[in-house]
Design a protein around this ligand. Sequence first.
Ligand code: NAD
Length: 514
Amino acid sequence: MPNELAAPERAASAAEAAVPTVKLLIGGRFVESKTTVWRDVVNPATQQVLARVPYATADEIALAVESAKTAFKTWRATAIGARARIFLKYQQLIREHMKELAAILTAEQGKTLPDAEGDVFRGLEVVEHAASIGNLQLGELANNVAGGVDTYTLLQPIGVCAGITPFNFPAMIPLWMFPMAIACGNTFVLKPSEQDPMVTMRLAELALEAGIPPGVLNVIHGGEDAVNAICDHPDIKAVSFVGSTGVGTHVHHRASLAGKRVQCMMGAKNHGVVLPDAHREQTLNAIAGAAFGAAGQRCMALTTVVLVGAARNWIPDLVAKARTLRVGAGDRPGIDVGPLVSRAAKARVLGLIEQGLAEGATLELDGRSPEVAGDAAGNFVGPTIFSGVKPGMAIYDQEIFGPVLLLAEADTLDDAIAFINANPNGNGTAVFTQSGAAARRFQEEIDVGQVGINVPIPVPVPLFSFSGSRASKLGDLGPYGKQVILFYTQTKTVTQRWFDDDTTTGVNTTISLK
Ligand code: NAD
């Protein structure tokens, strides 16, 4: 999906100057940017301007990297137990501030309060995992690889790492990145989404309170220029990116050319497959939650469902289920579907719905003018369902990132698998069935990173790493979990021999160890 940096970038008017500003975090201090370019952070349920976020200057970005580079000199040698204890304290602080963090997140991003708590919680799980870094950052040792020779590996921190994050999980995705990088002994420069940076900044404050030393975590703000500065900076050794496929591909190529490690988790078109033997009520609930939760603004949202064989007759039930969902501001009790993040996002989703109609898909449920509980000023679109969807239609070919569920049909499970594998994206998928054999065939044949079996949004817990296939991921190691330890460390292999007598082995002119 296209990014939204076309949104206003300009100097502040006098009225805007009264609105609080989002600070930069450089060298352990929260500082006001000297930039002349600012953007409003807007509550998407009410259009209230909550804050102004700066587009950091080139000098400020350079200063943040410099401060991370300086801090690395001491942080890299900090005892592993001392690093772990900071994350033990950090997880406790996040727990204590859960309601506050969720309220900030809902105000600036729009998702419901319970879902905002989920956003924080899925990041908190990574912080808990970072606290077990002592067991994760272990090397290997082989005794007697040759006579009297041992070989072992050290997993050493690599230096300044950077993270670039999207708007849709402003707590979880920053927490996918900096805790693991820092726990490994690196220092970090984070650039959160300019659309909703406030909860990320509160998490940064709590990280300092937990004991992260000055310069170890830095936060800058901005858009394209800040991202390009990160890609190009010679002192940044690794870049983690989560966002759209177009921007992620650019980041991957640009930062790789500059010699960095890069991991990019990108866009999606996630398909569910419903086999006729699936548990009907559970499956309907799962699809409705996964298609319309967070107003469809999840990279793992289940946006396309392939109905196989007799499951074709489930359409009226899916529509009935979607009709039960309540649309409104995320801070109101009982709301299921909050607003889209911006007016531009709403206009884009409405435009795609129009295109779906024009291209011949059948509109089974029209969410363009939803009944909204409470204030209707927000960027609301209600649950929308199209059937008869085919490749070549814009609604299928693009990531909609809104509460729009697409229904396609297939005669067999094999046809459904072929349909999904022909889509360029490979982020998440799910099969709904009571047949173990069918589920196993799906698991083996599908070319997608995250696979759910009767689990609609199979985001892995941090005992595992997030993955992705084809256009959904560039770079070989995923964020958090075991894989990210390798991403954020340099493996050094040491081969050693000690002599305890005067016996010599003579000159060895071969490659063999003797
Ligand atoms: P986005 O690509 O617009 O923005 C992501 C980051 O890139 C932001 O920090 C933004 O400032 C920066 N950016 C935007 N335009 C840029 C440009 N032209 N040049 C350089 N940097 C730029 O993504 P978004 O709209 O914030 O987030 C939604 C997208 O993220 C969706 O495509 C979604 O599928 C994807 N996503 C993927 C995952 C995953 O794990 N695969 C997780 C969450 C979101």
